[in-house]
Design a protein around this ligand. Structure first.
Ligand code: SME
Length: 160
């Protein structure tokens, strides 16, 4: 049994530090990428408040394919360059979207989503997956969240 539990009353920065520590620990000795994505999706949902979806899309050829996640069933395949996830994958850049309805081409997998953070995971300079976080709150994510999830993506680079 794993007992990674966020300490109550933490600041957002501290939550990200504890989340990163938990991700490093839980993926350290496991080479299976699916198992690691599944546990990291669970940790994201456990540590970060106000999310309605947290998980992964993997880049297979020129299509993002749904990976392990917590949330409602989601779009299975997203073409590179389409929506928030496809834009993050095509540009290899974090997408911090305060209002998903204002993002051209946003794909509404869950009608509850209002804001979104998508961070690419790179290996040897190439995108291999994206981490996707959705919130029912407008402007839920800030630069601190973006930097926190980018650190997590660096750790996962060799563990997916
Ligand atoms: N909204 C995303 C699609 C994935 S779901 O949020 C899980 C997008 O526009 O890429």
């Amino acid at each position: 049994m794993y007992t990674f539990t966020p300490t109550p009353e933490l600041s957002n920065a501290e939550l990200h530090r504890e989340l990163l520590d938990a991700v490093v620990a839980i993926t350290a000795d496991e080479p299976d990428g699916v198992a690691n994505m599944a546990n990291v999706a669970a940790l994201l949902a456990q540590f970060l408040p106000r999310l309605n979806w947290a998980g992964f899309y993997r880049l297979v050829g020129d299509t993002l394919v749904l990976g392990p996640f917590i949330g409602k069933p989601a779009c299975i395949r997203i073409p590179l360059g389409t929506g928030v996830c496809g834009t993050a994958a095509a540009s290899a850049r974090t997408q911090l979207v305060a209002d998903v309805h204002a993002f051209p081409g946003h794909i509404a997998c869950d009608g509850d989503s209002r804001s979104e953070l998508v961070v690419p995971v790179l290996r040897d300079g190439k995108v291999i997956a994206v981490i996707d976080l959705d919130s029912p709150d407008l402007a839920r994510f800030d630069e601190e969240d973006a930097r926190g999830i980018e650190r997590l993506a660096e750790v996962l680079s060799s563990r997916l």
